[in-house]
Design a protein around this ligand. Structure first.
Ligand code: ADP
Ligand code: MG
Length: 549
């Protein structure tokens, strides 16, 4: 062995290590998932590179496997893989610095959750560093498969620093040895470790051995006949691919050969979206494979951004293996897959809305906001309209709590009606007593009530549905004049009193109101304010005129 070379961890890494080590997290076991995933990633990287640049590597023909071993006497648990290995520079860059998205997301979420990490470590997994939840010393032996690479030994107690030295008899690939903490001896129990492997790592592409015996059953479910996959298999697979602890609410197992080859399983979660998923910065939750070889874990361009809450796997034989990962984003094949999948997903959910009404309602309460985002961000009117079919609203013609879709609304429009009317209000009660609604009430047209903050903006963006205009009742009121017939109605103001009132009001609101006029629309309200078109302007107006009843 060569001389030792000692390094400090990056500040962010130190902070993470500190949190991880001190956390009384009950599911410490997730470190096994993390280290096995790293081993498998390393093997996949090697497999991927060896198919594209085989000649550049040594040892291309060795078996690609992951071996775990427990040693009760030495109090160690060891993970060994025949993957790509690391050079000295890679060791420093990968294990000394937080570079990966999971840990960054973890730290971001930690800020949101005001400092209690216990609930979120397991959700994210904190990658390699999770080893320090159970080990007071970790030693990594690694040798890169690149020609002429030396072997290195990396050691740390997870406190402030780590050291690297050269090692002579290090095999290519990586071996991680955990020296277990006294209260973590369960992790050198073979049965316990086997149970954890089954739980999290059952579908890992590379063969996993524990004490020489094969543990994982490789079954890429997405390549199977959908009829042969049981709900239990889906549940297990979902937990694995989604890093989730809930269950799939809906499962779309879809296969097509044209216009592009796709085999996929997409899961729609039963639980609520996490804070991080709600942010537009979150990555897509779906992995891209080509013939079972992982191309990319969170494959950004594979689904539209508003489907980032969907978990699963997409496999396509039409993705050239040697496509560089950076180029994926611009690839024509990827954008073809994206179009196929987003259309299929919308159709699938429209079906769920019809066939699993109750479950769909609950789903919509949790995830409807993503579809609204889709309508707001899509550039394509057809797609906007298809997406709008996934939403539904209360209506003036239905009891509170019952909902109607835009399509249902259209199917019962009166002959000659060319608009879909809606009214945005904070609640049913305020909608029904609204002067805007009162104005349309006589005409007996159906009005959609929407209560959510973005509903109005979404409907303005949508503009049309099935060739009908989406029209707010407020806009309708501005467009359609209804002048007062003073001669016919002697119970109200005389024409001269009315004119005087209008003149006075104009003076009082001078510079604040564009027009002041008498209208015969209202019965129960003395006056009403209307704003031209812009839904967001209303919120502004509401605060500016808050003194006006
Ligand atoms: P992530 O796997 O999300 O990138 P980790 O903290 O789990 O983050 O690992 C950090 C990095 O260390 C990996 O991206 C990889 O480059 C490197 N690494 C970890 N384990 C191995 C391994 N067994 N073989 C090769 N490289 C590894
Ligand atoms: Mg990892």
């Amino acid at each position: 062995s060569g001389p030792e070379d000692s390094h400090e961890f990056q500040a962010e890494t130190k902070m993470l290590l500190d949190i991880v080590a001190k956390s009384l997290y009950s599911e410490k076991e997730v470190f096994i998932r993390e280290l096995v995933s790293n081993a498998n990633d390393a093997i996949e990287k090697f497999r991927y590179l060896s198919t594209t640049e085989a000649s550049a590597f040594t040892d291309v023909d060795r078996p690609l496997e992951i071996h775990l071993a427990v040693n009760k006497d030495a109090k160690t648990l060891t993970f060994q893989d025949t993957g790509i290995g690391m050079t000295r520079e890679e060791l420093v860059a990968n294990l000394g610095v937080i570079a990966h998205s999971g840990s960054k997301a973890f730290l971001a979420e930690l800020k949101n959750s005001k400092g209690d990490p216990s609930g979120i470590i397991g959700q994210f997994g904190v990658g390699f560093y999770s080893a320090f939840m159970v080990a007071d010393k970790v030693t990594v032996y690694t040798r890169s498969v690149k020609p002429d690479s030396k072997g290195y030994i990396w050691t740390s107690d997870g406190a402030g620093s780590y050291s690297i030295q050269e090692g002579e008899h290090v095999h290519s690939g990586t071996k991680v040895v955990l020296h277990l903490k006294p209260d973590c001896m369960e992790f050198c129990d073979e049965d316990r470790v086997k149970g954890i492997l089954k739980k999290y790592s059952n579908f890992v592409g590379s063969p996993i051995f524990l004490s020489g015996k094969r543990v994982n059953t490789i079954q890429p479910l997405w390549l199977m006949d959908p009829k042969e996959v049981t709900p239990e298999m889906h549940e297990e697979f979902y937990r694995f691919v989604g890093y989730s602890y809930d269950r799939p609410r809906f499962t779309l197992h879809y296969r097509a050969d044209a216009p592009i080859n796709v085999r996929c399983i997409l899961y729609f979660p039963e639980g609520k979206p996490g804070l991080f998923e709600l942010s537009r910065d979150a990555d897509i939750g779906v992995a891209l494979y080509c013939r079972k070889v992982l191309i990319k874990h969170r494959a950004e361009s594979l689904l539209p951004k508003w489907l980032r809450f969907v978990k699963g796997v997409v496999d396509s034989e039409d993705i050239p293996l040697n496509l560089s990962r950076e180029l994926l984003q611009d690839s024509a094949q990827i954008s073809k897959i994206r179009t196929v999948l987003s259309n299929r997903v919308i159709r699938f959910l429209q079906d769920r809305a019809r066939k699993e009404k109750e479950s769909y309602e609950e789903f919509l309460r949790n995830y409807g906001v993503f579809f609204k985002e889709g309508i707001l961000t899509s550039q394509d009117q057809m797609e906007k309209e298809e997406l709008s079919r996934l939403l539904h609203y209360e209506s003036s013609q239905l009891p509170q709590g019952e909902k109607v879709t835009l399509a249902e609304y259209c199917s019962r429009m009166k002959p000659g009606q060319r608009d879909i009317y809606y009214l945005a209000a904070p609640s049913r009660q305020l909608a029904e007593s609204s002067p805007y609604y009162e104005a349309l009430k006589d005409r007996d047209v159906e009005v959609l009530f929407c209560y959510e903050p973005y509903d109005e903006l979404v409907l303005v963006q949508l503009r049309e549905f099935d060739k009908k205009y989406l029209t707010s009742v407020e806009k309708q009121m501005r467009q359609e004049k209804k002048t007062v017939d003073y001669d016919a109605d002697s119970s109200g103001l005389s024409k001269s009193d009315a004119d005087e009132l209008v003149a006075w009001t104009k003076k009082i609101l001078s510079g604040k109101a564009h027009t002041v006029q008498m209208t015969a629309f209202l019965d129960a309200h003395p006056c009403v304010l209307t704003v031209e078109e812009m839904a967001s302007a209303r919120h502004f107006v509401r605060t500016q005129f808050s003194q006006v009843p």
